[in-house]
Ligand binder design. Structure first.
Ligand SMILES: NC(=O)c1ccc[n+]([C@@H]2O[C@H](COP(=O)([O-])OP(=O)(O)OC[C@H]3O[C@@H](n4cnc5c(N)ncnc54)[C@H](OP(=O)(O)O)[C@@H]3O)[C@@H](O)[C@H]2O)c1
Length: 373
């Protein structure tokens, strides 16, 4: 597919099937895709600084300039040569403007051309590096998991509140059109009363150093399980009770976990593993319909939707696949900053904290303790 700097991703989506729209309207929640998912190219232009020139930063440096109004203006690494190599490897990141290479994170956050900092390092560094950016007066978008635990996240949000600065977890999945529709269906009652939600995220990642090291807050939960837990929270909220089983590596990180969560009238299962791959599916089951994501629920992907009960009720597919994915969260940051907001309504501080509290409890049950906790 041809892509240029004005490529409009949201406009690539097919229309939501009419019977699904009708079910939403009948539930008193008419759905307008254009209003629910603003086109990322129409967001105010934002100049990003990337903190940490690693794996996921590469996706950000590709998606944001290609599919949103934003661009990368600076990259900070502990090693300036690594920052420059990263910039050289992403020639379109600056949209034709020079991108500054910094040899320290301090220099990055102090760069006056940087409007907002994207923290893209291992989980154990997120808290101190988010605080570094906030102290320099910069809003922050922090990779998931936002911090190692809820206490660290609270420190960051307290600092953001005190400084009047924006902070958000880079839970990009929540901003994808398919997830927006899933929340509309679940929250409106168009699927009836929710009885069951499941989400599973299995990837074979035992070869990845960052994930096997306890000091880097590796393990399946903070890397993969956070998507499953966050998906359940986005639909059902905070569980009234939970239980978890899982296995630890010899180094003490969680290799896998299955979490059963209890809600008034519903149950949910959030599963993750770094020791095997799965289809990474998800399902939302209500008394009058359901939503099935067969593969890669955390990415732009097709959804299957059943509205109505009984045999013979048709299953509609809405193909919410599209190029990139990170442009939607980046555009949200740009809109929030332009509106003078310190948090996103779609990924508010309370949600990041609630998900981390759930994960803290899961780790407590499995016996995963990071150094210094
Ligand atoms: N949204 C997604 O789809 C997605 C996918 C994968 C990962 N992530 C998240 O993104 C974050 C980073 O993951 P990643 O896979 O990109 O990590 P990574 O490539 O292993 O590391 C990212 C950067 O962090 C710094 N770093 C790495 N190891 C370090 C160490 N031992 N000591 C000090 N600094 C170190 C390095 O920055 P410099 O050398 O440049 O200073 C490195 O380039 C995690 O929070 C992860 O959960 C998100």
């Amino acid at each position: 597919m041809a892509q240029n700097n004005s490529f409009r991703t949201r406009d690539q989506l097919p229309a939501v099937p009419a019977p699904v729209l009708q079910a939403l309207a009948d539930a008193g929640a008419p759905f307008d895709l254009a209003a629910a998912v603003p086109e990322p190219q129409d967001a105010p232009a934002l100049c990003w600084g990337i903190l940490g020139a690693g794996g996921i930063a590469s996706t950000f440096a590709t998606d944001v300039p290609a599919f949103s109004s934003g661009r990368i203006v600076a990259v900070g690494s502990r090693d300036r040569a690594r920052a420059q190599a990263f910039i050289d490897a992403h020639p379109d990141a600056g949209k034709g403007q020079p991108v500054h290479a910094h040899g320290s994170y301090e220099a990055l956050v102090d760069d006056p051309d940087v409007d907002a900092v994207y923290v893209a390092t291992p989980h154990n560094f997120h808290c101190e590096q988010a605080l570094l950016a906030l102290t320099a007066g910069k809003p922050v978008l922090v990779e998931k998991s936002f911090a190692r635990n809820a206490a660290e996240a609270r420190r960051v949000f307290d600092a953001a509140r005190a400084a009047g600065l924006f902070a958000m977890e880079a839970m990009w999945t929540r901003f994808l059109p398919g997830q927006v529709l899933a929340r509309a269906l679940a929250g409106s009652g168009a699927l009836g009363e929710l009885r069951y939600v499941r989400a599973e995220h299995f990837q074979s990642l035992e070869h990845v150093q960052r994930l096997v090291r306890l000091d880097l807050a590796g393990g399946a939960l903070l890397d993969l399980g956070v998507y499953s837990v966050s998906f359940v929270h986005s639909l059902l909220g905070v569980p009234s009770a939970l239980t978890a089983v899982g296995r630890l590596s010899s180094g003490g990180v969680d290799l896998d976990e299955t979490i059963a969560m209890e809600y008034p009238g519903a149950v949910a299962v959030a599963a993750s593993s770094m020791a095997a791959a799965s289809d990474t599916g998800a399902e939302v089951v209500g008394t009058r319909g359901r939503l099935v994501v067969q593969k890669r629920f955390y990415r732009p992907t097709p959804l299957q939707i059943v509205v109505g009960e009984g045999p013979g009720v048709p299953r509609y597919e809405w193909d919410a696949s599209l190029p990139g994915g990170f442009q939607f969260q980046a555009a949200e940051v740009a809109r929030c900053l332009a509106a003078g907001r310190t948090e996103s309504e779609t990924m508010p501080w309370s949600e990041t904290l609630a998900v981390l509290e759930t994960m803290d409890e899961v780790r407590g049950r499995l016996g995963v303790i990071y150094p210094g906790e």
